[in-house]
Design a protein around this ligand. Structure first.
Ligand code: NI
Length: 256
């Protein structure tokens, strides 16, 4: 079965058919879904989804673009949610310099605080890093993020950068972008990364793979991503699905 390591089913794009879609997931081959928080509100939404669906687990965290909303009180609330049995990661957290706001110092401060939070509550992290390769790596090295563990979600950097995260023991979330015609750099990185360090993800409702590029994404598109990775690695889709499921169960569910 397929382990979906990163989705946002609380997004308004699923307003019309959320329950229908999620209720059909398991019979369509999806074993687990990690619904990822990106703000205080979406962390609340995530918790509600984990309470409703047995196969949905959650990550609690504030995305770099939303960090302006954080203060000590909200941060404390976030910490409390990490004790819930179905919250299995802190995320998504990181740096995003594609957008101008909030300023880099604000993003960095809350990235560091949330990394330290993950260490304290003993959960892995889900990292979002966009156009901020150097600062992300510098902070993770300075804070010894290799002791925390986690996944670099929607990995978009070079093979050289992949080596750095691999040395820290991190996993790599690979999604729809790997199927895009112009994704040469990512395909080189996927060729380099051992499949034992890859997780399947969609980032639904965003980034649907070919042949559904541009449409609303869902975990039901994951077979296209597994197929693309299998072609790059020279292994079957089934092997990609089985190995990445094992990887995700190890990281998020603590299985050996
Ligand atoms: Ni996301």
């Amino acid at each position: 079965m397929i382990f979906e390591s990163h989705a946002h089913y609380d997004d308004e794009a699923f307003e019309e058919d959320r329950d229908e879609l999620l209720s059909s997931m398991q019979e369509k081959g999806i074993s687990y879904v990690i619904n990822v928080g990106a703000s205080i509100q979406t962390t609340k939404n995530t918790i509600a989804l984990t309470e409703k669906y047995p196969f949905v687990y959650g990550a609690a965290g504030v995305h770099p673009s939303e960090t302006a909303e954080l203060d000590e009180e909200k941060f404390h609330w976030l910490k409390e949610q990490c004790a819930l049995p179905k919250i299995v990661a802190v995320g998504e957290i990181g740096l995003d310099y594609y957008w101008e706001e909030p300023e880099h110092d604000v993003q960095k401060k809350w990235f560091e605080r949330q990394l330290e939070l993950a260490r304290e509550v003993k959960l892995p992290v889900i990292i979002h890093s966009r156009e901020a390769a150097k600062d992300t790596l510098d902070i993770m090295k300075a804070l010894h993020a290799e002791e925390i563990g986690g996944v670099i979600h929607c990995f978009s950097y070079t093979k050289e950068m992949a080596r750095e995260y691999l040395n820290m023991g991190y996993y790599f979330g690979i999604g729809g972008v790997v199927t895009f015609a112009n994704a040469k750099k990512l395909r080189e990185a996927v060729e380099y990364i051992p499949v034992e360090h890859i997780l399947l993800e969609t980032d639904s409702p965003y980034l649907a793979p070919v042949p559904n590029r541009g449409k609303r994404n869902s975990s039901l598109n994951l077979p296209y991503i597994a197929e693309a990775i299998g072609q790059i690695k020279g292994i079957s889709d089934e092997e990609v699905i089985a190995i990445t499921e094992r990887n995700a169960r190890k990281l998020f569910l603590g299985e050996s």
